[in-house]
Design a protein around this ligand. Structure first.
Ligand SMILES: [Zn+2]
Ligand SMILES: [Zn+2]
Length: 257
């Protein structure tokens, strides 16, 4: 099986926390050298200078200046707005002027802690986070600005909030994917996420999430979530997942089509 060689989730020096080698033109040259067909630069919405004259404008200018030989999209990864479920923390742009728009959780709703922090959560806390996460996901998938759900479920796989994707959780996800299909929102196989999954049981059941997405007709987007140049187009985990899932070319999102 040959994966479409797209990387639709790449960060740059503009994130403020990527390696200094993630200069836009260098990322493009590296992606070309690796034989990638399409890439999307998808900078975070946090710690960022937004607005029409902000970093987005500078990134677009750098892309133009680099004169890419491959298709390069100027997208963004924008957090959902926890205070206004269904909205994104940044929406001051026209649909399509930033493309693709990825959305995903980077902190725990109601807890003000980063997704990667090890926290001592009570069962009641976990239940509360899960239900806030689900409520926000169900609404944000309806937001017309959103194109891709980035690293889906990553936040609820941390700190033992969800230990396995089974019965009721898959039922919740089924409803989410039905809405995603209706809105033509894709879900992302995220290489970075796979590197952080601990344990076979959760990894195996995480693939069931994508089985369900495919069954509901949702497209799969591929993203490395690179913050350093050697990770661009590195899909070792995604490749094995795609093999296990038996994904076909038609199952993948293509931004240029
Ligand atoms: Zn992210
Ligand atoms: Zn990211």
């Amino acid at each position: 099986m040959k994966l479409p060689f797209h990387d639709y989730h790449i960060h740059t020096v503009y994130s403020g926390h990527s390696d200094p080698d993630m200069i836009v033109s260098d990322v493009i040259r590296y992606a070309e050298a690796r034989g990638l067909e399409e890439i999307a630069l998808t900078e975070h919405s946090f710690d960022w200078h937004l607005g029409p004259d902000g970093n987005m404008k500078l990134i677009k200018k750098e892309i133009r200046k680099a004169a890419p030989r491959i298709k390069v999209f100027a997208g963004m990864e924008i957090c959902p707005d926890f205070k206004h479920p269904g909205r994104l923390v940044y929406e001051d742009f026209d649909k399509g002027s930033i493309y693709p728009v990825l959305t995903g959780f980077h902190s725990y709703p109601g807890f003000d802690k980063g997704w990667h922090e090890l926290l001592n959560m009570s069962p009641a806390d976990k239940k509360k986070i899960y239900s806030s996460w689900l409520g926000i996901m169900e609404k944000v998938v309806e937001n017309p600005l959103v194109d891709i759900l980035a690293h889906p479920c990553r936040i609820i796989m941390q700190n033992g909030i969800v230990r396995e994707f089974t019965g009721p959780i898959l039922k919740d996800l089924e409803n989410l994917f039905i809405a995603a299909k209706t809105r033509a929102v894709a879900v992302e196989l995220n290489e970075g996420l796979f590197c952080r999954i601990n344990g076979d049981r959760i990894r195996k059941s995480y693939l069931d999430v994508f089985r369900l997405a495919i069954e509901k007709g949702v497209k799969i987007s591929i993203g490395s979530d690179s913050h350093r140049i050697l990770d661009v187009g590195n899909f070792d985990n995604i490749y094995s997942a795609a093999l296990e899932l038996g994904l076909k070319k038609k199952d993948f999102l293509s931004l240029s089509q």
